[in-house]
Ligand binder design. Sequence first.
Ligand code: SF4
Length: 198
Amino acid sequence: MKYHINEFFYSLQGEGYNTGKDFLFLRFSGCNLSCYFCDTEHERIKYTMTIQEVYQELKKINNSCQNLLITGGEPFTQNIFPLIIFFKDKGWYIAVESNGSLDIGDKIKYIDHLTISPKGKTRQKECHELRLINDNLSYKKAIEIKELISAKHHFISPMEKDGTFNYLESLTLLGQLNKRDKEHWYLSLQMHKLANIE
Ligand code: SF4
């Protein structure tokens, strides 16, 4: 089996629950959605690689890191579970970021940390981290989404438009959520952009 890969690199996670944790990032090519605000150049297939080739290339970048962050595009458009199981068998920590539009059923058991940042219709109903991008999000809409997807950790991520983030609207929304909802909601900033790293 060969995978369509856009890029891979070593860096620090800049967002959400794992902020600051070092990872080998593996970005799969392609997505089943086309959001107007997408800022990821995921379409280009730079590499077509087997699991062994992915492993060898990641080891060349960093031989000691055993944290793999799989992202896209939408990584579940490709059958990534053989690759996840391969790395799990070697003792790696596996995090995946998804738009939640594809149902992976009980295969979530192979993933240490699944983040869903919902766009479009949500089919995956369980994750570890729900991260909502504040695209004119209301309190009511945030609660509606939260009730559709079970998660341990809840984040609001400010949205960038024309180089400006809606920080004030996001803080206001966080205040409303933390006043009225039983879950505690946290702010997720794109720290990698603020720190000027990849
Ligand atoms: S789901 Fe994510 S990667 Fe896919 S188009 Fe939307 S923002 Fe881009």
